[in-house]
Design a protein around this ligand. Structure first.
Ligand code: PGA
Length: 255
């Protein structure tokens, strides 16, 4: 297992935070703090209306901008939805798909996650695919089954070539926004299980090159230890991505 063959990606997930003017101010402040930190890719996934100002503010910096969701249709009568083409044109490079909050509160299923993944890839976006077990599922001992199933269904129809534009974020639902982080060992174990699924589906070489993040209360204090694990290739960060100093500390931990 050689971590150096993989890209480390530190991605913020702002969720429903930051107005467009706040987004601009945040990125203007962050940019000099993370300038030249080339040991990882730096991404901010932001609310739809923040994308254009964020892209503008991030021009000429090493910060990439992503969305937090995408609809699976190319266009049509889907009131309130946003397509991959729209995201692409406004300058989003990444999109988060299948976040547990979408699954919990907005009826997202493994099947709709799969449709979104296919649409995003067809539309030229890079996908941050979220998988993770509920607390009850972990207690029942079915974490491996749950994340394997989520991974397999989400990737149905994704070609080996397209897989190069996918990364997975392992986010145990019980650790998201709770301040309860998975131990580095737990994070490493499940990221390793996911890597095993990728190996089965796409082969050993593809799985060795595949980026798998950990997410769930990753912060300035615990990032270095989590990121030191062999199967953890980055982080998807909620709360701590809303403060430039904390986010910078996590980026530094990934160098
Ligand atoms: P958190 O969120 O870092 O606030 O736990 C992570 C996420 O939901 O991606």
């Amino acid at each position: 297992m050689n971590k150096s063959t993989r890209k480390t990606v530190i991605a913020g997930n702002w969720k429903m935070n930051m107005t467009p003017s706040a987004a601009k101010a945040f990125i203007t402040e962050l940019a000099p703090m993370v300038a030249g930190k080339d040991g990882c890719d730096i991404v901010l996934c932001v609310p739809f209306v923040d994308i254009a100002p964020a892209v503008e503010a991030a021009k000429g910096t090493n910060i990439k901008i992503g969305a937090e969701n995408v609809h699976f249709a190319k266009s049509g009568a889907y009131t309130g939805e946003i397509s991959a083409d729209m995201l692409n044109e406004v300058g989003a490079e990444y999109v988060v798909i299948g976040h547990s909050e979408r699954r919990q509160y907005f009826g997202e299923t493994n099947e709709t996650v799969n449709k979104r993944v296919l649409a995003a890839l067809a539309g030229g976006l890079k996908v941050i695919l979220c998988v993770g077990e509920l607390l009850g599922e972990r207690e029942q001992g079915i974490t491996e089954e749950i994340v394997s199933l989520q991974t397999k269904i989400a990737l149905q129809g994704v070609t080996a070539e397209q897989l190069k534009n996918v990364i997975i974020a392992y986010e145990p639902v019980w650790a998201i926004g709770t301040g309860k982080t998975a131990t580095p060992e737990q994070a490493d174990e499940v990221c390793g299980i996911i890597r095993g699924v990728i190996a089965k589906l796409y082969g050993a070489e593809a799985s060795e090159a595949f980026t798998i993040q950990y997410g769930g209360s990753m912060n300035a204090k615990n990032a270095a230890e989590l990121l030191s694990k062999v199967n953890v290739d980055g982080g998807l960060i909620g709360g701590a991505s809303l403060k430039t100093a904390d986010f910078t500390t996590i980026v530094n931990a990934a160098q």
